[in-house]
Write a protein that binds this ligand. Structure first.
Ligand SMILES: CC(C)(COP(=O)(O)OP(=O)(O)OC[C@H]1O[C@@H](n2cnc3c(N)ncnc32)[C@H](O)[C@@H]1OP(=O)(O)O)[C@@H](O)C(=O)NCCC(=O)NCCS
Length: 310
């Protein structure tokens, strides 16, 4: 196995074109400063890696893509079983070469934020390579559910009615008085704060009102994700409004609106909320085209010297 960069402009262009579209977009303005490495075995490309200076941290180099197991490697294995390129070995070789190059450029950190489909061996293979290469931090961050289809609307929990004493309103109709009330009390943590979203999705974002007090009891405030997808976002009930059977109706009402305007929805749960993850898995799991876990991984390189950011 030989690890090297694409040898000429045409090979480099082909290498980039064969990366997933999301990676090509991320390479974007830094593509001329990207490190592209391929692992070749007897003329066949069996592993690939792409990395670029991180746009939000001038100290860091961001590993965007690493694959040591692909159709080419598979077919090579079938053709020459005795050679068997071990995917872990390919990834380790690529990572070691990347580290050498990034150190030489004077960067202090290697960072990767991989996303894995739940139920595949992608995570164990890649995280295993990072551990073997002594990456310092490997942290599970969140799980994202990709929801679609109308089957969801037939779930039993979906039919639960909103209990008496509560009503929904569109978040876009939040009044000045509501705003004053929300400003006057301790609000949700930042990642559930509806006011930290710049452009919330107006057709699906709901508030919940306690009709006896007239106060906002909670919200489910969402964002556009792409043309066909809404990102279900900030779900929060004030502590005194919990366990009052509003949770399921709040979600189902927002889904009803969502399915009038979008084909799909995504919903992420942070790593520190395993109870909610389990509940959503039970409620939505069967209606997901994909469930993915996201991670943050970092290796500190202890180098001295200067370099310039992206
Ligand atoms: C999550 C929340 C909206 C649920 O409303 P609720 O009225 O407390 O919910 P219910 O009592 O009807 O329980 C419904 C499900 O919500 C989840 N839940 C309840 N309390 C929860 C809590 N404190 N934290 C996380 N999940 C909780 C549980 O999975 C529960 O199902 P289960 O009892 O079968 O495990 C509310 O507890 C809340 O605002 N929590 C803090 C913010 C939060 O965790 N938001 C979700 C981010 S994805």
């Amino acid at each position: 196995m030989r690890i090297r960069e694409p040898e000429n402009g045409a090979e480099r262009q082909a290498f980039i074109e064969n990366l997933p579209r999301s990676v090509v977009l991320k390479l974007g303005p830094c593509s001329d400063r990207a490190i592209l490495l391929g692992a070749w075995h007897e003329g066949t490309l069996i592993g690939r890696l792409a990395a670029t200076p991180a746009s939000n941290d001038s100290e860091a180099y961001m590993l965007l893509f690493l694959l040591g197991k692909n159709p080419a490697a598979q077919s090579l294995m079938e053709r020459t079983p005795d050679l068997r390129p071990d995917p872990a070995k390919v990834q380790n070789g690529l990572l070691a070469e990347l580290e050498t190059r990034v150190r030489a450029l004077g960067y202090r950190k290697l960072v990767m934020q991989p996303v894995f489909r739940v139920g595949t061996d992608q995570a164990s293979l890649l995280l295993g390579s990072l551990r073997e290469q002594e990456w310092h931090e490997i942290r599970y961050k969140a799980t994202r559910f990709h929801i679609g289809g109308y089957g969801l609307l037939r779930e039993r929990w979906f039919a639960a009615p909103l209990p008496p004493g509560y009503e929904f309103f569109f978040w876009r109709d939040l009044t000045a008085e509501d705003r004053g009330y929300l400003a006057s009390r301790k609000n949700a943590p930042g990642f559930l704060d509806p006011f930290t979203i710049k452009d919330f999705e107006p057709e699906t974002s709901l508030g919940l009102r306690n009709t006896s007090t007239g106060r906002v009891a909670g919200w489910f405030v969402n964002e556009p994700f792409d043309e066909f997808t809404v990102r279900f976002g900030r779900l929060y009930l004030f502590p005194e409004e919990r366990s009052k059977a509003c949770f399921y109706p709040l979600i189902s009402q927002s889904v009803r609106y969502a399915w009038q305007h979008f084909e799909r929805a995504v919903l992420a749960v942070a790593a520190d909320n395993p109870r909610m993850r389990a509940a959503l898995n039970r409620m939505l799991g069967r209606h997901c085209s994909m469930i993915v876990d996201s991670y943050y991984c970092e290796k500190v390189l202890n180098v001295s010297g200067d370099r310039t950011g992206c």
